[in-house]
Design a protein around this ligand. Structure first.
Ligand SMILES: Cc1cc2nc3c(=O)[nH]c(=O)nc-3n(C[C@H](O)[C@H](O)[C@H](O)COP(=O)(O)O)c2cc1C
Length: 218
């Protein structure tokens, strides 16, 4: 098990020094949320794997984007510089990590909203990793909801692995609480390495994408 993991880790490092841009989106509605805590942890972990990564961290609770409406077309207020800067950062990203808490057995409205707001191909044909969090034993519903409903027009490519962090308040690497299993840290590192690999190997594919004629899914 340890040998397998070491091989995988070293494989990813062999191409891991390439510069890639990764966006980490925390989709809690609460400032200083558990999702932001996990986003910050993931950012540190990714940079330990590849210090050349360019990371864009977006906390949807801090930016408080309104729900999508026709006003977005006017480019006024938040839809001016604020949105343009976010959209540009996402557009320049090679891969996405969405940290999503379970609210009422669902993905958060902020998580769903960002998929409506990104209508210009920001996510298109780029790998995405879902990291769901729950203060209890939940966390699976946002995964299944996002896998079934977020990709049609955005064309995000959720990778087949995801991470669920249950009892998230006890998550504290090096000093986890009793309800965080010992294997979780290794699993997270494995999935993050895999995600970086997908991000690297999928990028040439985008050359053949025709969004002009086939911008929305069927
Ligand atoms: C409105 C609301 C609804 C919630 N519903 C669920 C739920 O259905 N399942 C669950 O496991 N946890 C639920 N929780 C608890 C969250 O998992 C927990 O508060 C988690 O820390 C939220 O992440 P955040 O701090 O990033 O917002 C809910 C929390 C809130 C605020």
């Amino acid at each position: 098990m340890l040998i397998t993991y070491t091989i995988l880790y070293n494989c990813s490092l062999s191409f891991g020094k390439l510069i890639m841009k990764i966006s980490i989106i925390s989709s809690s509605h609460r400032k200083n949320s558990q999702s932001k805590k996990i986003s910050d942890f993931i950012q540190c972990d990714l940079l330990k794997m590849n210090s050349n990564l360019d990371i864009f961290s977006l906390d949807l609770a801090e930016v408080s984007l309104p729900l999508w409406s026709t006003n977005k077309k006017t480019g006024e207020g938040v839809w001016g510089d604020t949105w343009n800067s976010i959209s540009k950062n996402l557009d320049n990203s090679d891969g996405f990590i969405l940290v999503v808490p379970e609210y009422g057995g669902m993905a958060t409205p902020a998580a769903k909203n960002i998929f409506l707001l990104c209508g210009n191909g920001e996510f298109a044909h780029k790998p995405g990793l879902i990291v769901s969090v729950s203060s209890g034993n939940g966390g699976s519903y946002p995964v299944s909801e996002l896998r079934s409903s977020s990709y049609k027009n955005t064309h995000i490519m959720w990778i087949p692995e995801n991470i669920i962090i249950r009892n998230v308040e006890e998550f504290n690497p090096g000093n986890h609480g009793n309800n965080i299993p010992d294997w979780l840290d290794n699993r997270i590192d494995y999935v993050l390495n895999l995600f970086l690999s997908y991000t690297h190997y999928m990028s040439p594919l985008r050359k053949i994408i025709n969004r002009k004629d086939f911008g929305n899914g069927m």
